[in-house]
Design a protein around this ligand. Sequence first.
Ligand code: AMP
Length: 113
Amino acid sequence: MTETTIFSKILNGEIPCEKLHDDEYCIAFNDISAQAPVHFLVIPKKPIVSLSECMLEDVNLLGHLLFIGSKIAKSKNLSNWRTVINTGEESGQTVFHLHIHFLSGRKMKWPPG
Ligand code: AMP
């Protein structure tokens, strides 16, 4: 059973967001605490806790999330961005509903902190 999260509340309309995309499988919206001039999240409508919970049946969905994020980034005329998926608390995951960060608009550092 999946817990209620901020993102499940965004999905059911309880919490507003700056939506960039909405389709049968996912939504994308701006991160409320942007870490770069462009910072948006792509999340599946399916309540998956994290990447480690994904099943073989989710392979197409995972590809779709990446493709949609890339499409949004290109629609913003971006050609450079960083894609991040935090998996587990120690990696920095704070919301336990799978999400992909897309960050752009500044020079990124490596290795990440
Ligand atoms: P993570 O730390 O990888 O779990 O990322 C969770 C992200 O969700 C953080 O970057 C938060 O700033 C973002 N976030 C939390 N609440 C909201 C919200 N209500 N609307 C948009 N983004 C949010």
